[in-house]
Design a protein around this ligand. Structure first.
Ligand code: F6P
Length: 324
């Protein structure tokens, strides 16, 4: 092995830079050249890559986002696009790839692997919905960003005796909403995995008002049927009167742009280094993830088909705590 490549793909996540840094420096320590591929799979299709030295990754560990850029690349979804990518890799003599990203990115990694190219994935997405890693790069920081916003909203909500619907990210997975709701002290949490009756939300908020609470907080995942817009429409349509005045805040991409905390920097460093070591060991077609505190390889074939269920006990716990 003389030359490997690294790319970040899909939604950026705080800690991706720490992972890039670990891949580059662990690769250099093996005596390899490390190519940084720009803008995810689109850089592979467009042959946009350059060698990275140890100093190229200086001063990036503390920054959110990804120094390599990321993209959601439609061309790579086609057989032709993937063939173009493989051709470019061959032309640049890149012998193996580290792919840092979430579900879509690891599906792309699996496709390359099935075409015979040596790849290793690194588990990174703020959604925490990737099979093969109990927690992924960026989740911890995204939760902290959401909590800062929620703590501040609670201040103004209390002053005005208002209820706030706060929408957090999570297209298909309610992990961010669930944990933000519990740790932010929400009165109600709405996640895609659990069907609710919107009238229950209205009742929960009304009861909170009647119990003398100064404010009420409803955390919803963007992918839930009753996300911020869905619930707002329901409240309006049914002239829901809870006692509280209602306001809506959508946190959106703010959660992705945080400064990575110690947890994400360490996780990303360990996963990036492990992925590079798997390449040195000839262990390809796997995802480097965290299982019970240990860094473990999981076959990409399992990653792309496996499901990672939410612990719905947390939802029940939240209900117990917030109906008092
Ligand atoms: O997968 C991470 C994520 O942030 C999701 O929570 C969200 O639904 C999606 O990416 C947003 O994607 P984009 O940045 O392409 O709008």
């Amino acid at each position: 092995m003389k030359r490997i490549g690294v790319l970040t793909s899909g939604g950026d996540a705080p800690g991706m830079n720490a992972a890039i840094r670990a891949v580059v420096r662990t690769g250099l320590s093996q005596g390899w050249e490390v190519m940084g591929i720009r803008n995810g799979y689109s850089g592979l299709c467009n042959n946009n890559m350059a060698a990275m030295g140890a100093r190229d990754v200086s001063g990036i560990i503390q920054h959110g986002g990804t120094a390599l850029g990321s993209a959601r690349c439609h061309e790579f979804l086609t057989e032709e696009g993937r063939r173009k990518a493989l051709h470019n890799l061959e032309e640049r003599a890149v012998e193996a790839l580290v792919i840092i990203g979430g579900n879509g990115s690891q599906t792309g990694a699996h496709a390359l692997s099935q075409m015979g190219f040596p790849v290793v994935g690194v588990a990174s997405t703020i959604d925490n919905d990737l099979y093969g890693s109990e927690i992924t790069i960026g989740v911890d920081t995204a939760l902290d960003v959401a909590l800062v916003a929620i703590d501040q909203l609670k201040v103004t909500a209390s002053s005005h005796h208002r209820a706030f619907i706060v929408e957090v990210m999570g297209r298909d997975c309610g992990y961010l909403a669930l944990v933000t709701g519990i740790t932010g002290g929400a009165e109600y949490i709405v996640i895609p995995e659990f069907e609710i009756d919107a009238e229950d939300v209205v009742n929960a908020i009304r009861l909170a008002y009647e119990r003398g609470k100064a404010h009420a907080l409803i955390i919803v995942a963007e992918g839930a049927r009753y996300n911020a817009r869905g619930l707002e429409n329901y409240f309006a349509k049914h002239h829901a009167d809870t006692g509280f005045d209602l306001r809506i805040t959508t946190l959106g991409h703010v959660q992705r742009g945080g400064t990575p905390g110690a947890f994400d920097r360490l996780l990303a460093t360990r996963l990036g280094a492990a992925a590079t070591e798997y390449i040195a060991q000839g262990k390809f077609g796997v995802l480097a993830g965290l299982t019970r505190g240990q860094i473990t390889p999981t076959p990409l074939a399992e990653v792309v088909t496996g499901e990672k269920p939410l612990d719905l006990n947390l939802l029940r716990l939240s209900e117990v705590l917030n109906t008092q």
